[in-house]
Design a protein around this ligand. Structure first.
Ligand code: SF4
Length: 694
């Protein structure tokens, strides 16, 4: 039973699942949440929603939630419930002792893409102004960090170029490494509407995702590439466009660095990039690839949407830059219906990156090495900012194992379950003297924690999320925090226990500080958000109403930069012991590792993760529909049930990762993107064999 009485009041807020950022009316009877109704005035969703935002909020009142702070001297001791005062005093004593004996650089933080902009801003401020180092990283490290690097290098800023409305003017849509109908359902509805009106679709994905064939929709081209060959496919498309003279030379001359373009054109024209030369490698028929490239270049407005199937590779950043090259080659940037659009997985992954979560960037993607930028914060915060970039998550763990990194504050993220190489993560955590987990539930990381600080849900706090189209949406308090404090207040308690003297009384004051220090947010205020409903950054004196389309008259960096994108094969190889390639994805009703959705009504829709295997590969192994199978890689093994389908090609298997028992990260490798360390979750050589069960 979902509905619990007649609503007596309502609060407009924003869904806390995916990066679409749907607006909802939370309807209450007294203090009891009765239902979540999609809000018709929400600019991201216009009255639509999916089953996650609509039904999956029961985790907020789930009995597993921890509502009191807990501490313990050792991770082998039982937890002790304590007051907030005692928890903060205990934590401050430990952190101070570590800083005095090991130095300030032994401390660090991890921000959450599930928390608000204001909360994220405070956590990175804690690292820079209180811990006095730049050891701050974000869970975006394991998903869209290559977007940050790739779009930053080519266009000058790490953000999707378009608003969602733009898809209504696309003539050709390329979906690469994304499955919008499951991952971003409300955006997918808009996309499908445009496709039904006649826009052409190109899908580049190892798996035949739902979009490829739907009622009244049929992709013009599905390029079922071999996992790990994105760069080769994107380069082959660029080769066709350049060598067949399908470029928009006027755009390139006017908007891009011409010298760099000439270097790139010489590189990409080489016959080794031709579809015919790469067909064996990629598994994509050359004729299909040529036809797809011609369609994208000549079919009118061309829009590219991509997801983690692009970024979570050893060449994730290279593929992002290759996609940007395609858009610049064809002049498909800066107009409605075009662009390069990362479909962000988490509700606030855009915001967590915008707010300075990365160890080398202050808010607004400004490098910590810049004296001018540091001076802004030094004047406001009254401290000297370290000019050296801090540690990324994997480097923090390495340093912990080596004994030089000793304390970590993790807000809203389960790194033990989400990050690659589980053994290394647990070894790093076990080597620390103070792990502080700030979360809703006792997650896997909390097994290694000395302090557990209860977190608040999106229903219990005020603030903002920024969605995949750079839209800053308000999150409003629907009910009082069950744990006593919203997450931003907990971070402030911790900072003040360490002597910071912060005095924020409302998240709007934090946003005012963000606006005062970050040029792309200079015009943002809660007053403006109340007036407009939402606004897309950049929002400042030049763009007081916000910016639906970026790079209209020029790229943020000035001239667009073509970057040579050499294909380098992943070190993960198939062979006689591990002959199949595993790739992963999501299902509509569940979300990431399922910590929230599995504790809601949505659990009835997806009770286990299944392994998709082609009937030919299954027959070779004596596997039938529903059989238990062992999935083994060089890293580890797990068991799950098989389902036989030709959605995947022979040689490729696929699973979701919503249930902890699946332990997908025990299987995956520790290879990562060369530029950002984003793990290569989408390519793992595996063997599948019949088994008797888990
Ligand atoms: Fe929430 Fe995304 Fe579903 Fe919208 S599409 S309701 S933001 S999960």
């Amino acid at each position: 039973v979902i509905e619990l009485g007649t609503p007596t009041r309502s609060v407009i807020t924003t869904c806390a699942y995916c990066g679409v950022g749907c607006s909802f009316k939370a309807e209450l009877n007294g203090d009891r949440l009765v239902r979540m109704t999609p809000w018709k005035h929400g600019k991201a969703n216009r009255g639509h929603s999916c089953v996650k935002g609509r039904f999956a909020y029961g985790y907020a009142s789930h009995g597993d939630r921890i509502l009191s702070p807990m501490i313990r001297d050792s991770i082998h001791d039982p937890w002790r419930e304590v007051s907030w005062e005692e928890a903060m005093a205990f934590t401050a004593r430990r952190l101070t002792a570590i800083a005095e004996t090991r130095g300030q650089k032994a401390l660090g933080v991890i921000t959450s893409s599930r928390c608000t902009n204001e909360e994220t801003y405070l956590v990175q401020k804690l690292a820079r102004a209180v811990f006095r180092n730049n050891n701050t990283d974000t869970c975006a490290r394991v998903c869209h960090s290559p977007t940050g690097y790739g779009l930053g290098q080519t266009f000058g800023t790490s953000a999707g170029t378009q608003d969602f409305d733009s898809v209504a003017q696309a003539d050709v849509v390329v979906v690469i490494g994304a499955n919008p109908t499951d991952g971003h359902p409300v955006f997918a509805s808009r996309l499908k509407k445009r496709l039904r009106q006649g826009a052409k679709l190109i899908v580049i994905d190892p798996r035949r995702i739902d979009l490829v064939r739907q009622p009244h929709i049929e992709a013009a081209h599905h390029l079922p590439l071999r996992p790990g060959t994105n760069v080769a496919v994107v380069s082959a498309m660029a080769h066709v466009i350049v060598t067949e003279g399908l470029m928009d030379e006027a755009f390139i001359r006017a908007r891009c660095d011409w010298d760099e373009f000439q270097d790139y054109a010489a590189f990409i024209s080489d016959p080794r990039h031709a579809p015919e030369a790469t067909e064996m490698l990629t598994g994509v028929p050359a004729a299909e690839l040529r036809a797809a490239a011609r369609l994208y270049a000549t079919g009118g407005n061309g829009a590219i949407y991509y997801g983690l199937g692009v970024t979570e590779h050893s060449q994730g950043s290279t593929t992002v830059m290759g996609i940007a090259n395609l858009a610049m080659l064809t002049g498909n940037v800066g107009r409605a219906g075009t662009g390069v659009n990362p479909l962000r997985g988490q509700n606030n992954v855009q915001g967590s990156c915008d707010m300075g979560s990365f160890p080398h960037e202050l808010p607004g993607y400004r490098h910590v090495k810049s004296p001018e930028v540091r001076a802004i914060y030094e004047a406001l915060w009254g401290v000297e900012i370290d000019p050296e970039p801090g540690l990324r998550i994997p480097n923090m763990l390495d340093a912990a194992v080596e004994g030089t990194f000793k304390a970590l504050y993790v807000q809203g993220e389960d790194i033990l379950q989400s990050d690659p190489d589980t053994k290394h993560v647990s070894a790093g955590l076990a080597a620390m003297d103070c792990v502080i987990v700030h979360d809703l539930f006792l997650n896997e990381t909390a097994n290694y924690a000395h302090v557990f600080l209860p977190g608040s849900t999106f229903l219990e706090k005020d603030g903002t999320f920024t969605n995949a189209e750079r839209r800053i949406n308000r999150v409003r308090e629907v009910m009082k925090p069950r744990n006593g404090y919203a997450d931003w207040e907990v971070t402030q308690l911790l900072a003040n226990a360490l002597g910071a003297g912060w005095t924020y009384t409302h998240p709007s004051q934090i946003m005012d500080e963000i606006a005062a220090t970050t040029p792309s947010f200079a015009g943002v205020s809660y007053e403006l958000l109340e007036e407009k409903g939402s606004v897309q950054w950049p929002c400042n004196a030049a763009h007081p109403e916000g910016t639906p389309l970026m790079h209209v008259d020029g790229f943020v960096r000035g001239k667009g930069r073509f970057i040579v994108t050499e294909y380098v094969p992943t070190d993960e190889r198939t062979g006689p012991r591990f002959p199949l390639l595993l790739t992963t994805g999501r299902i509509l009703s569940q979300y990431n590792v399922g910590a929230q959705t599995r504790r809601t009504a949505n659990s009835v829709w997806h009770s286990e993760d299944l392994l998709e295997i082609h009937p030919h590969d299954a027959e070779l192994r004596g596997i039938k529909e529903g059989d238990w199978v062992k999935l083994a890689s060089r890293s580890g093994e797990t068991s799950l049930r098989a389902t036989l389908t030709d959605r995947v090609a022979p040689g490729v298997v696929y699973t979701t990762f919503h249930h902890p028992g699946t332990q997908a990260n025990v299987i995956t490798t520790d290879y990562s993107d060369w530029a950002t360390n984003c793990p290569e979750y989408k390519v793992t050589a595996v063997q599948v064999s019949a088994s008797n069960g888990p």
